[in-house]
Design a binder for this molecule. Structure first.
Ligand code: OVV
Length: 394
């Protein structure tokens, strides 16, 4: 095959720890390359990654967005009706969810979410020193999201473990995956229970999905699985997206100063942080037919690994891509994906991020790391386990 071959394992521990130093070789190799270890194609350049995301007819999701090809192996859990589906069924499921996780519902939640952000940040700033992840970014989403879904109170801590396992499962069955699987058994059982109608509270997004089912939008069984999507995709993503934003702001103190002077920049800071270090690093697609990319034929049924995070640092697209700059125009970044599968919860994530960063910026003059960032290795998420910080009150 006349195509660059890459021997680096994108799911090896040192690569997952710091993926960015490994992207350039792939980016310079060509618009599409062969990942020898997994016998799949890969793309890291912005133009090709974005084009593939937008081309959902040729780069399909229904055979899974992980390494496993659902046409050849049984999925480890019943496939997501959103993430691991193609039109027309995908679009029906998505329409239900768009009606539930709506701008109007977020507008109603915002005042309560702001109060919770204020109370949490007040307490942390009083402490002066805290762990930005364990005490803040793992706490705040858990103070708002499970209530918005209407989840049962008992056992919510399983959400974080469950989602880590789900995101590990998109990668190979390596040590990281197997370790996550060990932790996830009990969590998966809890999640299955939590998705049932009888366990959901009135007035939440979960019950709203069942009400759509009552009106004929889908079956009750499908409603349960759509609730599962909220629980899979809604917690660890925001926990780590927010953690990365705080990490970026400690690494680039001038950017913190800009935010501190103008807390309204919180939205831009979050968006730039998603570009600078995308929480969801990669997703696969599968070719539905022979596809030509820049003269290379990708045969039907090929898995293609799309490096969203690498595309968001492609110098062909971004000026000084490794620099975190909250004034940057980030529009077009693929941190939330692109096209029909583009993140359904992006408005939720933005609201959580905006509130958390705004309240912090209003109350702190400075924030600095007091110890090293500790990564939590995951096959898909660039995650942080710990980031000790000290703040100087405003
Ligand atoms: C985006 C995402 C990640 C993980 C799971 C799902 C979605 C789901 O729909 O279950």
């Amino acid at each position: 095959m006349n195509i660059p071959v890459i021997d680096i394992d994108p799911f090896a521990k040192d690569v997952l720890e710091n993926p960015y130093s490994y992207h350039e070789q792939k980016r310079e190799a060509g618009p599409v390359f062969w990942l020898e270890k997994y016998k799949t194609f890969g793309m890291v350049r912005f133009a090709e990654v974005r084009a593939a995301l937008l081309d959902h007819e040729r780069f399909i999701s229904g055979r899974g967005v992980g390494l496993a090809d659902f046409a050849k192996e049984k999925p480890y859990r019943p496939p997501s009706l959103l993430l691991e589906a193609d039109p027309p069924s995908h679009d029906q499921a998505r329409a239900i969810m768009n009606g539930v996780v709506s701008p109007a519902s977020l507008k109603a939640l915002e005042p309560v979410w702001r109060e919770r952000a204020e109370a949490l940040v007040d307490r942390l700033v009083e402490q002066r020193e805290f762990d930005a992840v364990r005490d803040f970014t793992e706490v705040f989403p858990m103070l708002v999201f499970p209530d918005a879904v209407g989840l049962m109170d008992e056992g919510r801590e399983h959400l974080l473990t469950y989602a880590m396992a789900v995101f590990n499962a998109f990668g190979p069955r390596n040590e990281i995956f197997l370790k996550g699987e060990e932790d996830a058994g009990a969590a998966a059982g809890w999640v299955a229970e939590a998705c049932r109608r009888t366990n959901l509270k009135r007035g939440g997004w979960g019950m709203a999905i069942f009400e759509a089912a009552d009106n004929g939008a889908c079956t009750q069984e499908e409603a349960e699985r759509l609730v599962r999507s909220l629980l899979s995709a809604g917690v660890d993503t925001t926990v780590n997206g927010l953690a990365t934003a705080l990490f970026a702001l400690t690494e680039f103190p001038d950017e913190w100063n800009k935010l501190q002077a103008q807390p309204r920049l919180a939205r831009k800071a979050l968006e730039e942080s998603l570009r600078w270090d995308s929480t969801v690093q990669t997703f696969f697609r599968t070719t539905s037919r022979d596809v030509e990319v820049d003269g290379t034929n990708l045969p039907e049924g090929s898995k293609v690994l799309l490096f969203l995070a690498a595309a968001n640092r492609d110098p062909r697209k971004w000026d000084q891509p490794d620099i975190f700059n909250i004034d940057r125009l980030t529009s077009g970044h693929v941190g939330f994906g692109a096209g029909i599968h583009q993140c359904l919860g992006q408005m939720v994530a933005r609201l959580e991020g905006q509130l958390a960063l705004t309240e912090l910026a209003k109350r702190c003059k400075k924030i600095r790391a007091t110890g090293p960032v500790v990564r939590r290795l995951n096959n898909t998420l660039h995650a942080i386990a710990s980031l000790p910080v000290a703040v100087e009150p405003a």
